[in-house]
Write a protein that binds this ligand. Structure first.
Ligand code: FAD
Length: 471
C-alpha cells in the first residue's frame, strides 16, 4: 500500500487541494479490495486523503523533481512529525546542502494513536518506533537537545555544548506538557488513584486505559477537561469522554456513572458549528457540561479536583479523571527571541511566524512548523502535513532565487471519535470553515463508520508517508 502511495505522490506536482483530494478519492475507489473497504466506496488511497488528511497540496514535490544545487547549511530543531517531514522534503529537494536534524529523543511517537492506546484498541507498541528509521541518508541526526537558539548570530547550541551555525533554521520542537502547573499533579500519578492522561506517552496512554477500564467496570464519577492554554489535538479530550461513555454503556454501568466535561471557556470546540454538534451529542448521552472550569489542583489521596471558575474555586469529586495539562513552548524557545512578544501567543511562547508561510516575522531565515507555530489553528499532525511543504517551498525558493506563492490556510483535521466504531471527520481552516475532503460523500458532522476506519486504519500509513516526505 505504501509503495502505491509513493508512486502516486511522486507523480504529482502542485494542484488545487480539493481537486487533489477528490482525485485521491477516485483512485482510492480503484483500490477497494486491498483495504477491505469496498462497502464504503472508499479505497486505501482515498482514505489517505483524510485524517492526517488533505494529502493533496504538496508544493515540495515540485521542487523535488529538479534538485536545487546549494551549499546551504540547514538546521532543523526537533525530529518529531514536523522535523522529520521537513528533513525528508529538504533532502529530496536539495543537492549538496548540509542538513542537520537535532533531537535528543531516540523514539518516535505516533501521537494520534495515543487515543487508541488509551481506549484499549491498540497496544502501546502501535505508536512507538525509532526516529532514526525516518531520517534520510543525507541528513545528519544529532541526538542532543537544542539548549539555546541565537537567531541574531544564526546559530544554535546544544545541551552537549555543540554549536551549529546555519543559513536556515526550521524550528519543529513541538510543545511541552506542563503537568507541574497543576498543583498536586505529577506525571508519575498517571494510572494510579483513578488518574489518567493519554497525552503523556505510550506508557501513560496504556496506564490510562487500565484506569479508565477499571472505572467502566464499576461506574462512579468521571471527570473530563481541557487546559486553558493552546493545545495539540483539541478534539482528543472530547474523544476520550465519548469513548469512556461508550465503555460504561457496553459494560452495563452507565446508569451507575456520572460523566462531567469541564470546558475551559464558553465553548466545547473552537469551531462554533462543531462545538454545537458536540454539545448536542453530550446532551443526548447524558454527559454534563460545565463551562469556564480550569483544573488548578488535584488531591489524589482524597480524589478531589479543584477547578478555577469565574466566581472562585470549585471542588469536584472523581473516581476517574482524565487530566490534560497546560501546554506551552519548550523552555529553550521561550528563553529565545523567537516567540511572539505581544498578543495572545506571547505568554505561552509560541513562535512569531507568518500564518500563511510559517516564516518568522523578524528572522527571515527561520521557519516554525508544527505545534510550536504561533498561528490561529493547527497543532495537529494533519496541520503538519500542510504546513511543512509550504515552509520548505519558501526555503527552497529562496535558495533557488525564485519566489513561492505556497500558503498554509490553517487546515486542521480531527477525526472525532464519538463511540467505538464511529467518528466525525472534522476538517477546518483559519476561518472556521469546514473543508471536507469528500463533500457529498463524508459529511463532517455525521457519526460514520468510515471516519472511524480512517482514524483507526488509514491515519498511520498516511502519517508515516508524511514523515518520509511522500505525502
Ligand atoms: C493524545 C493525542 C492525540 C492526537 N490526535 C491527533 C489526531 O487525531 N490527528 C492529528 O492530526 N493529530 C493528532 N495529535 C497531534 C499531533 O500528534 C501533533 O500535532 C504533532 O505530533 C505535532 O508535530 P510536531 O513535530 O510539531 O511535534 P512532535 O511530533 O511532538 O515532535 C517534537 C519533537 O521536538 C523535540 N524537541 C523538543 N524540544 C527540543 C529541543 N529543545 N531541541 C531539539 N528537539 C526538541 C521532541 O523531542 C520531539 O521529538 C494528537 C496528539 C496527542 C498527544
Amino acid at each position: 500500500m505504501r509503495q502505491d502511495n509513493e508512486h502516486f505522490f511522486a507523480r504529482r506536482a502542485l494542484e488545487r487541494p480539493l481537486e487533489r483530494r477528490r482525485e485521491l478519492l477516485r483512485l482510492g475507489a480503484a483500490g477497494l479490495g486491498a483495504a477491505g473497504l469496498g462497502a464504503a466506496g472508499l479505497g486505501a488511497a482515498g482514505l489517505r486523503a483524510a485524517g492526517v488528511a488533505g494529502l493533496a497540496f504538496t508544493p515540495g514535490i515540485a521542487a523535488a523533481a529538479e534538485k536545487v544545487r546549494t551549499t546551504a547549511r540547514i538546521v532543523i530543531a526537533g525530529a518529531g512529525a514536523a522535523g522529520l517531514a521537513a528533513a525528508s522534503r529538504l533532502s529530496a529537494a536539495l543537492d549538496g546542502a548540509t542538513i542537520t536534524l537535532i533531537d535528543a529523543r531516540r523514539q518516535h511517537f505516533y501521537q494520534p494513536g495515543f487515543t487508541l492506546v488509551g481506549s484499549g484498541i491498540k497496544p502501546a507498541s502501535y505508536v512507538e518506533s525509532a526516529t532514526a528509521d525516518y531520517v534520510p541518508g543525507n541528513v545528519e541526526l544529532v541526538e542532543q537537545r537544542v539548549a539555546e537558539f541565537d537567531p541574531e548570530a544564526n546559530k544554535v547550541v546544544t545541551d552537549g555544548g555543540q554549536t551549529f551555525a546555519y543559513d536556515f533554521l526550521i524550528v519543529a520542537t513541538g510543545l511541552k506538557l506542563e503537568y507541574g502547573l497543576i498543583e498536586g499533579m505529577d506525571e508519575k500519578l498517571i494510572g494510579r488513584d483513578g488518574i489518567g492522561s493519554i497525552y503523556h506517552s505510550p506508557a501513560g496512554a496504556q496506564a490510562t486505559w487500565q484506569s479508565m477500564s477499571a472505572f467502566a467496570d464499576k461506574g462512579g464519577t468521571g471527570i473530563f477537561l481541557r487546559p486553558a492554554t493552546e493545545m495539540k489535538c483539541a478534539g482528543a479530550p472530547l474523544k476520550y469522554t465519548f469513548v469512556t461513555d461508550d465503555y460504561l454503556n457496553r459494560r452495563g454501568n452507565r446508569g451507575r456513572a456520572e460523566i462531567v466535561y469541564n470546558a475551559n471557556n464558553k465553548a466545547l470546540f473552537s469551531v462554533p458549528i462543531v462545538s454545537e454538534k458536540v454539545r448536542m451529542l453530550f446532551q443526548q448521552r447524558g454527559i454534563r457540561v460545565n463551562y469556564e472550569r480550569v483544573l488548578a489542583a488535584i488531591e489524589p489521596g482524597r480524589r478531589i479536583a479543584i477547578f478555577r471558575t469565574p466566581t472562585g474555586i470549585e471542588e469536584q469529586d472523581y473516581d476517574f479523571i482524565h487530566v490534560i495539562p497546560p501546554m506551552r513552548a519548550p523552555e529553550a524557545i521561550r528563553n529565545s527571541p523567537l516567540p511572539w512578544r505581544t498578543g495572545a501567543w506571547a505568554a505561552e511562547g509560541w513562535m512569531e511566524v507568518d500564518k500563511g508561510t510559517l516564516r518568522h516575522l523578524r528572522y527571515r531565515n527561520v521557519f516554525g512548523v508544527g505545534d510550536i507555530a504561533g498561528v490561529p489553528k493547527g497543532k495537529t499532525a494533519a496541520s503538519v502535513k500542510w504546513q511543512v511543504p509550504v515552509a520548505v517551498d519558501h526555503l527552497v525558493a529562496e535558495i533557488a532565487s525564485r519566489s513561492s506563492d505556497a500558503r498554509y490556510d490553517g487546515y486542521t483535521s480531527c477525526p472525532l471519535i464519538t463511540r467505538l466504531g464511529q467518528a466525525m471527520l472534522i476538517e477546518f481552516d483559519y476561518e472556521n470553515n469546514l473543508v471536507p475532503s469528500f463533500p457529498g460523500v463524508i459529511a463532517p458532522l455525521e457519526e460514520l463508520w468510515i471516519s472511524w476506519v480512517m482514524k483507526t486504519m488509514a491515519l498511520k500509513p498516511t502519517y508515516v508517508s508524511m514523515l518520509r516526505g511522500i505525502a
